[in-house]
Design a protein around this ligand. Structure first.
Ligand code: FAD
Length: 521
């Protein structure tokens, strides 16, 4: 077993090596929709990594996926990457000289509604792994007035892509990440077997695949829990000059039970200036609203903080009751007096809010520019020091886009899943540097921004912070081992069990493809 593992652990050259027989694999997949026009599969949203696959397969079913995996397994070196919507930052959905499976080819398959344990149980929808969350929203709300409970901010992401990572937004404090809101999946493993899994059936694969970075199988279907969709949302932003007051209020809000608090709690850091991309103008929700800096205390620092909240309601909700409910909560918050923005929008409009940002960014040409983003989870015990050292110093002039920082609760994350979160306290913060800057010569070279990200990560290591990268990306095996800590052995065992040739998701650069089929002992 040890020799097997030594062979197996990544030496940072996990890509498929070209083999004379690779072309034969493509011809052996007759009947499948397959193309060697691979340009879009060779890049991603990050825009800094490029890699040419051998071919792109557009599967029409789990059977097609199992065929492709088995065909790759029969070669010496070929790898297979499921590609959701290619919104990774560091080439995670790529397969250099391997097969890329375009999961969106199956996005319109089997949308099926049901209820756990008969009609009285929790309602769910079965959705294809390649479906976009935006499509899940539209179908669930328009057909049944229902909606998933836990979201990402941006919905142009696939179900399989976010379930392979976590899936986090302002509802996660209550319902946990998207991975905690799935009760069953169909997965094609690296052995080419199609397996139905849940907490009770093939549970090890179920837990492994959730947050599993695509390492154990390809999610072809997921059963997503639903709740009644509200009609409307009261969407509020309040501004703080002190990080301590901001975190105190945010932590209080995420501690409230369902029905007693807001349905969505997020927040972000912005620059204390009139900079249109990083400063005051980024805070108002509606074009008619204006940020009045005169209200800020004269001793405010280089950055300010904005708590973003939302309360769901139905058309039948009486306006004065709603106002009272909101006031009861907002009245207890210690934000800068008068610096508050609110609007009422439909639930759909609220959930699709980042689509508008996408449209604007496309017009400005910054959607297709490189995005060296950094996403981290940082323990509550270290977030104040992070604020002092990173928000107020290293990125005090902003990152050209949102800098998210808001609390999550570890108790809502299932430690049996593969995703890693800080452990020293129940509260940890997501920090996301969502850089939107024009490509050179108008903006800085991506390498400079990547170096800044690395400096921030290094600072966290040097200070001994309890933190994890979210959507992790590492260049060495030591760093992957450090990331998984005492769960590394479990991760390796799961890999050996479900993808023994290390065919799957080579772009994560964790494992090297095993060149020859091995018998595992
Ligand atoms: P891809 O990038 O295509 O794939 C990601 C990884 O998952 C790859 O390793 C791939 O091989 C694997 N994979 C893809 N599909 C499957 C499948 N069906 N089965 C198994 N493995 C699979 N994340 C959040 O949590 N919250 C947010 O609010 C959020 N907002 C975002 C906004 C934008 C604009 C962007 C670009 C990203 C955002 N993300 C967010 C990150 C997002 O969750 C990841 O990029 C994720 O990878 C989903 O993207 P994707 O569907 O394009 O997957």
């Amino acid at each position: 077993m040890i020799a097997y593992l030594e062979h197996f652990v990544h030496g940072n050259d996990a890509e498929s090596r070209q083999d004379d027989t690779d072309g034969d694999v493509v011809s052996s997949l007759d009947g499948l929709e397959i193309t060697t026009a691979t340009a879009s599969a060779g890049k991603d949203f990050g825009g800094t990594k490029f890699s040419k696959p051998l071919a792109v397969v557009r599967p029409s079913s789990a059977v097609d996926i199992a065929r492709a995996v088995r065909a790759a397994a029969a070669t010496a070196n070929l790898t297979v990457a499921a590609r959701g919507n290619g919104h990774s930052i560091n080439g995670q959905a790529m397969a250099h000289r391997g097969l890329v499976l375009d999961m969106r080819a199956m996005e319109n398959h089997c949308f099926r509604f049901g209820a756990e344990n008969g009609s009285g149980g929790l309602r769910y929808v079965d959705v294809p792994g390649g479906a976009l969350w935006e499509d899940v929203l539209k179908r669930c709300v328009s057909q049944f007035g229902l909606a998933p409970r836990s979201w990402t901010d941006y919905l142009g992401l696939t179900v399989g892509g976010t379930l392979s990572n976590g899936g986090v937004s302002g509802q996660a404090f209550r319902y946990g990440p998207q991975t905690a809101n799935v009760t069953e999946m169909e997965v094609v493993t690296g052995r080419g077997e199609t397996v139905i899994c849940s907490e009770k059936q093939n549970s090890e694969l179920f837990f492994a695949a959730l947050g599993g970075l695509g390492q154990f199988g390809i999610i072809t279907r997921a059963r997503v829990l639903l709740q009644q969709a509200p009609d409307m949302v009261r969407w509020i932003r309040v501004v703080y000059s002190e990080f301590e007051a901001y975190t105190r209020d945010a932590e209080w809000l995420v501690s409230l039970r369902e029905g007693e608090g807001f349905d969505y709690v997020e927040g972000f850091v912005f620059v204390n200036s009139d900079d249109p991309c990083n400063g005051w103008p980024t805070v108002p929700i509606h074009p008619n609203q204006r940020f009045d800096p005169v209200r800020l205390p004269s001793n405010a620092g280089p950055v300010l903080y904005c708590l973003e909240l939302a309360l769901h309601y139905r058309h039948s909700h009486h306006p004065s009751t709603l106002d009272m409910e909101v006031e009861k909560l907002v009245g207890r918050l210690r934000f800068v007096e008068g610096v508050k923005f609110e609007v009422d929008v439909s639930y759909m409009e609220f959930l699709l809010r980042v689509k508008r940002v996408e449209e604007e960014a496309k017009v400005k040409g910054i959607w297709d520019a490189p995005h060296p983003w950094l996403n981290m989870f940082i323990s509550k015990s270290n977030i104040a020091e992070f604020d002092r050292e990173v928000f107020k110093k290293i990125i005090k002039n902003g990152v050209g886009g949102p800098i998210l920082v808001y609390p999550l609760l570890r108790s809502k994350w299932d430690s049996r899943h593969s995703v890693m979160v800080p452990e020293s306290s129940n509260i940890f913060y997501i920090v996301a540097l969502l850089r939107f800057v024009p490509a050179p010569p108008k903006g800085p070279h991506a390498e400079i921004l990547v170096a800044q990200n690395n400096a921030i990560i290094q600072l966290c290591y040097n200070r001994g912070f309890d933190f994890k990268l979210y959507l992790p990306h590492y260049n060495s095996q030591e760093n992957w081992m450090r990331h998984f800590g005492d769960k590394w052995t479990r991760f390796i065992d799961r890999k050996a069990n479900f993808d023994p040739l290390a065919l799957l998701a080579p772009g994560q650069k964790i494992f090297s493809r095993i060149p020859q089929p091995l018998s595992i002992t």
